[in-house]
Design a binder for this molecule. Structure first.
Ligand code: GRG
Length: 300
């Protein structure tokens, strides 16, 4: 099966799952006086992201011959966490963006207060879902617990939130290459790593497999961010669905500003190569290999 068909198959599974967990449109005011929050959550969640994180989880599950049903609640929870982070990141007190995924940002449509609560609502829902899954008592309970814990650490102060803080504090100053890498390993990389490792933990994969997946995840995480910086520098805002050039306009330190565009592109290639090499010797690794290339070749 070719890459696009397989990606679309995973997408269909994820979209169906997301539709199931997010309340539908057209709720009655009488029955749901709080319905604005559902609309705001749905607006951002169902607005056509690439879903690369849950796709990664399903792909790793497939490579390890696992059961998708076991993985999807955690993969989906990561997408909810990712969407909350985008809503909050777009707020005027953070990155102040008007467009996301080709649509007006959440606060532009629903106002600041509702956008903050919609982000909170998605974050909370992710943990409700993971706890609900983890409470099922059987021989997989402990692996589910480890997975939920790993995802909470990855999205918290030691992971994504920590990275966001480094980002905010280093605005308008040129930071060192080491700090740039550290920031992105947390801000962007931690949730990508969690998406790759969640199925491995759920399926109790061996140490050698987890180690290889860690190297793969580290490298695609950094590749993802380098590509993001390259797209901000030379991408097409129509295709990306948000404004470009904001990093330069805001004097942000990026892989492009620190290394220059050519070196950034070289580092992107090297990271993809390292990711692909890490999968060496693992059977059924074609799709994950193609994802590494997809990350570096994407135009949005
Ligand atoms: C607010 C706690 C908090 C964290 C925000 C992830 C993040 C941290 C901010 C997003 C800013 C940004 C553009 C980061 C670069 C990499 C990235 C996460 C891009 C967006 O992810 P995609 O490309 O988006 O997967 P889609 O829309 O496809 O889901």
């Amino acid at each position: 099966m070719d890459f696009d068909t397989r990606y679309k198959q995973y997408l269909a599974i994820i979209e169906e799952w997301l539709e199931d967990v997010i309340p539908p449109e057209g709720l009655s005011d009488k029955e749901f006086p709080e319905k604005t929050i559902y609309e705001a959550m749905r607006y951002s969640l169902m607005s056509g992201g690439k879903r690369i994180r849950p796709v990664l989880s399903l792909a790793v599950c497939n490579m390890l011959n696992g059961d998708e049903k076991e993985v999807i609640p955690y993969a989906g929870a990561i997408e909810l966490i990712h969407t909350y982070s985008l809503i909050h990141d777009d707020l005027p007190c953070m990155d102040n963006d008007d467009y996301r995924r080709g649509k007006l940002t959440n606060h532009k449509v629903f106002g600041y207060a509702t956008a903050i609560l919609a982000g909170d609502g998605l974050l909370n829902l992710a943990f409700e879902i993971m706890l609900r899954e983890t409470m099922k008592v059987d021989d997989k309970t402990f692996s589910r617990l480890k997975t939920a814990y790993m995802i909470s650490v990855s999205s918290g102060i030691k992971g994504m939130i920590g990275g966001q803080v480094i980002d905010m504090e280093s605005e308008k100053t040129e930071i060192s290459y080491d700090l740039l890498c550290q920031m992105h390993r947390k801000k962007t990389g931690a949730l990508i790593r969690a998406s790759v490792l969640a199925p491995a933990l759920l399926l109790n994969a061996g140490k050698d497999i987890v180690e290889k997946l860690e190297i793969y995840a580290e490298n695609i995480g950094i590749a993802f961010q380098i590509k993001d910086d390259i797209l901000d520098y030379e991408g097409d805002s129509e295709i990306i669905g948000k404004s470009t050039g904001s990093d330069t306009a805001n004097n942000k330190s990026t892989f492009v500003s620190i290394l220059g565009i050519e070196k950034a592109k070289e580092l992107l290639k090297t990271s993809v190569k390292n990711a692909v090499n890490a999968l060496d010797g693992m059977g059924n690794n074609e799709f994950l290999t193609q994802i590494a290339f997809f990350i570096s070749e994407r135009n949005k």
